[in-house]
Design a binder for this molecule. Sequence first.
Ligand SMILES: [Zn+2]
Length: 376
Amino acid sequence: MSEKKKNLLQTGILLALVAAICAYAGSIFLSVRRADTIIPAPGLTEVRMLSEYLPALAGTRGDTEIYVFQGEEEGGSLLVLGGTHANEPAGYMAAIVMAERADVKKGTLYVIPHANNSGFTANDAGDACPLYLHFDTASGSRAFRFGSRATNPIDQLPDQDTYVHAASGQTLSGSEQRNLNRSYPGRPDGTLTEQVAYAITELIKADRIDMTVDLHEASPEYPNNNSTVAHQRALPIASRGLMYMLMEGIDIKLEASPENYHGFTHRELGDYTDTFALLMETSGATQGRVRGATSEMQALTGLDKCYELLGTTTDLLYVPYDENGHPIEERVGRHLSGVLCYVQAMGEIYPEKEIVIENIPRYSELINSSIAEYLN
Ligand SMILES: [Zn+2]
């Protein structure tokens, strides 16, 4: 074979290899755009799209499903937000368990498992995060996406150097422009993230949602760990509900939402609507800045040598940390019991807003079992 032919053959093989690698990487890239399958509980009344509250969202990756469960008896209404931050699995898995289990006897439950749906279509670059979390359920192995804290940059670029919060004029780092929980109350003609925030705010107004609970995870070194942040109007509900959580053996703190820190659910939804706005945080090792390698196991178990070392030799963390980690069952259990405790508190303080939801596993049940048992 001539030198020229040899070179051509080598180039051809190399190009074919590059094409195969691109096709494989591209297929993974596209696969995370596919929505997770949720198998709702039999009592589901309807699935709405968020774009019903802002038609401009239709056909964008900001549109997302709202699972509505209406009880036979009239009562209050509750909105549960999961996936405000798509890399905080306890938040969205708690919302998914609610959508797959809830048996609403009184009042109406709204669940949005993927509040920032665009965030689920991307990963945080450079963090080597898992793409999926897997659970062996009765219907087989199920995968749920692990996304990014922020809206996918493909859906919203470029970030300005400084993010100016539209409603207040507050300035933040430019990257916060794609953070749904800095974007409330949102704008109908704003960025995709602001439009999602606006549509959620409109849903709360239109459907007169009595209470909104936004579910998150925080770095173990972050003071908000294992806490509930409440708008000032929601403090009586939050303090009573917190007492019930403590009685369930859940160590939890209560913080009043700062009045001058804008864009958050617990601030703006309370200010711009009549809802009682609460936000809950658990402890997520995958959020932390001093964690070791990020992995699916770390996200599911909370096991991490760096946090174990810090937890057992220093007092730098805001949550106890040892060789047991913080399994997702514990973290989701905290959220689910928390929601139920706040619902109970609201019904006691405002009897006309009573909501009765059955069949949701509580903290004590989850810590002795697996989430998979509560997924369909
Ligand atoms: Zn969060």
